[in-house]
Design a protein around this ligand. Structure first.
Ligand code: IPM
Ligand code: MG
Length: 366
């Protein structure tokens, strides 16, 4: 019986709620499939600060290092907003985790089922068959991590803050390799998004992508697009993209746009992978919903657990090489949100039947 060893870091606000629902679904699948789930739960983010005085407690980091994958909820919220910026959950827990394990490749599938096109803010006639695209976001470089990064008071008393955008050719090539692999598994179409008309990093990005693809991926139909145009094109005709690849900050922004045109932030899962391998020789990864902690609906039992459930599927796919089981979970989520208005409604933030009911609906389709 295969044993799946992973760390569970629920985090804050709706994090634990959707995690509980996703684990219930996972336990159900595990029983059906004869898998043993060996997971340990640990505090992270605000919960880490409250219980250990640190957003990323040493014990949590150690647990992650000893696991084959990390199932992450979400961190941050108003309770910790008064802390110095560097100590806040997002900057002191999530970013260091990504950096520590060199999880440079963030895969975010943008999926809107045909049956739910009316959930998108886009006109239905623009997306008659729904949406099916993938964002590949560089996750450990760019403005998020570049140095110097500080705030100083200038001699004239003015205050200056600095973030630095840095990319090395090798960093661009390694995220591009992930994007090429993703494109090859789909329509062999890749759009690289940058701001090469303004930024030095983007000039290097575009040159590197062009040269690398010409030399190593002549089978891929490559295009380039400026990020402002990409934001517009996503809203105009999202399916013109198939896979797009971009740097950290652009990917952060475009993936939220992608999520909303796909109907709900509550449906967007993500996989963050790097060069690390787990004890099974498979990619070590962190799997998280991209929607955040949603403090406004926390504690009400109405948060959509689908993104967390779909993150479980991604974990099975990449870190445990259990593609058929990942597909079963994805199919069950699709059936749960497309069959019956009640469950469909919760997925898209309309008056809902609740987190637990949504998980029950997924289980019913497994
Ligand atoms: C995301 C989130 C994070 C990011 C925040 C919480 C730091 O918005 O995963 O998209 O900006 O990367
Ligand atoms: Mg984001």
């Amino acid at each position: 019986m295969p044993t799946l060893k992973f760390a569970v870091l629920p985090g804050d606000y709706i994090g634990p709620e959707v995690m509980t629902a996703a684990l219930r679904v996972f336990e159900h699948v595990a029983k059906q499939e004869g898998l043993t789930l060996a997971y340990t739960t640990a505090d992270v983010g605000g919960a880490g600060i409250d219980n250990h005085g640190k957003a990323l407690p040493d014990s949590t980091l150690k647990l992650c290092a000893e696991s084959d994958a990390i199932l992450f909820g979400s961190v941050g919220g108003p309770k910790w907003e008064k802390l110095p910026p560097k100590e806040q959950p997002e900057r002191a827990a999530l970013l260091p985790l990504r950096k520590h394990f060199t999880l440079f490749a963030n895969l975010r599938p943008g999926l809107l089922y045909r049956e739910l096109t009316d959930a998108s803010p886009l006109k239905t006639e623009r997306i008659p068959d729904g949406i099916d695209i993938v964002c590949i976001r560089e996750l450990t470089g760019g403005l998020y991590f570049g140095l110097p990064k500080h705030t100083t008071t200038l001699p004239d008393g003015d205050i200056q803050a600095v973030d630095t955008m840095v990319y090395k050719k090798s960093e661009i090539e390694r995220i591009l390799q992930v994007a090429i692999t993703a494109a090859r598994a789909r329509k062999k179409k890749l759009c690289s998004v940058d701001k090469a008309n303004v930024l030095e990093t983007s000039v290097l990005w575009r040159k590197t992508v062009s040269e690398y693809c010409a030399a190593h991926a002549p089978d891929i139909a490559l295009s380039h697009m400026y990020v402002d145009n990409a934001a517009m094109q996503l809203a105009r005709d999202p399916n013109q993209f198939d896979v797009f690849v971009t740097e950290n900050m652009f990917g952060d922004i475009l993936s939220d746009e992608m999520a909303v045109i796909c109907g709900s932030l509550g449906m967007l899962s993500s996989a963050s992978l790097g060069t690390g391998r787990n004890s099974l020789g498979l990619p070590f990864g962190l799997y998280e919903p991209a929607g955040g902690t949603a403090p406004d609906i926390a504690g009400k039992g109405i948060a959509n657990p689908c993104a967390q459930i779909l993150s479980v599927a991604q974990m099975l796919r990449y870190s445990f090489n259990l593609e058929p089981i990942a597909k079963r979970i994805e199919a069950a989520v699709k059936k749960a949100v497309t069959s019956g208005t009640r469950t469909g409604d919760i997925a898209f933030g309309r008056p809902s039947v609740g987190t637990k009911a949504m998980a029950d609906a997924v289980i019913a389709h497994l």
